[in-house]
Design a protein around this ligand. Structure first.
Ligand SMILES: [Zn+2]
Length: 279
């Protein structure tokens, strides 16, 4: 196989003439290659992408066309618990990553040991990305099946990542990836995804009385309303506002929080969710 450069992530796509037979894949010009099947093929195969990761592993992903079966929403009566929050394993991997990066810095650049350490670091990066995606998949599946509506702040992710101070926390959370998963799974499981405009002052407005606090700083993590005296975590206040805005936008009336929302017959009532990251 011919790829452009030797050390980065590379991929090649076969739109046709590939085939899978047991634990072997046939690729044009390459021939039959032994594979480990991670997931059984369902539906009609559309195309095949072969990827080589930075750590030197090869993956073939097959895009298939399948019919999404109707699944019942979880709802409160089913009582299926959401996945464990904030995967601790991620933090453990990140500590390991820092250790390896320090080791790399001590190696002579270009040396055999340096090259080896680079590959090990790349493998760990991939591992962390997999752990993160796994958690996001579990969470987004759970949420889109549990809630009838999810409201997201329509953030300008790219613009925000350019802001250095915020860059780390945002790319760490893999927020964009998570939102994307929710969007397509929402379509599968009948959960509506609403995006609230990014100029909406979600974190500066009181979710209780609607008064706006212009002196709120980024560093303030508590919301204290100057008018009604409401005190809660700023993200929680912002999330309530996002949800409010989404619900008001669609039903044309002010409804205070998820619990009071009764509109929209197609929406599982009392089960809506709003999210906010820093604005
Ligand atoms: Zn207030």
């Amino acid at each position: 196989m011919q790829y452009k450069s030797k050390h980065s992530k590379q991929s090649i796509r076969y739109p046709q003439r590939f085939n899978i037979d047991g634990n072997r894949i046939y690729l044009p010009k390459v021939g039959r290659v032994k594979i480990v099947v991670h997931r059984a093929i369902e539906g009609t195969m559309k195309n095949c992408t072969v990827t080589k990761t930075k750590s030197g592993q090869y993956f073939a992903s097959i895009q298939c066309e399948v019919e999404i079966p109707d699944v019942a929403p979880y709802g409160p009566e089913v009582g299926i618990e959401p996945p464990e929050p904030a995967p601790k394993v991620l933090r453990q991997s990140e500590a390991k990553l820092r250790k390896r990066q320090k080791k790399l810095a001590r190696q002579e650049q270009g040396s055999h040991g340096w090259q080896r350490m680079k590959t090990r670091i790349a493998a760990l990066h991939e591992h962390i990305a997999n752990q993160r995606a796994d958690f996001q998949h579990k969470l987004s599946t759970w949420m889109t099946r549990y809630y009838g509506l999810m409201a997201f702040e329509n953030l300008h992710i790219n613009g925000m990542v350019k802001n250095h101070r915020l860059a780390k926390s945002i790319s760490d959370a893999g927020w964009a990836q998570f939102v994307q998963m929710c969007v397509y799974k929402g379509d599968w499981y009948g959960c509506e995804i609403e995006k609230v405009g990014r100029f909406f002052p979600a974190s500066r407005q009181c979710g209780g009385c609607g008064s706006v606090n212009r002196v709120l700083k980024r560093s303030d993590c508590k919301w204290v309303c100057p008018d009604c005296g409401r005190v809660l975590h700023r993200d929680q206040n912002a999330a309530q506002n996002i949800l409010h805005e989404a619900l008001t936008g669609r039903s044309g009336r002010f409804s205070c929080g998820a619990q009071e929302y009764k509109g929209g017959a197609d929406i599982r009532p009392q089960h809506a969710w709003g999210a906010s990251v820093e604005t």
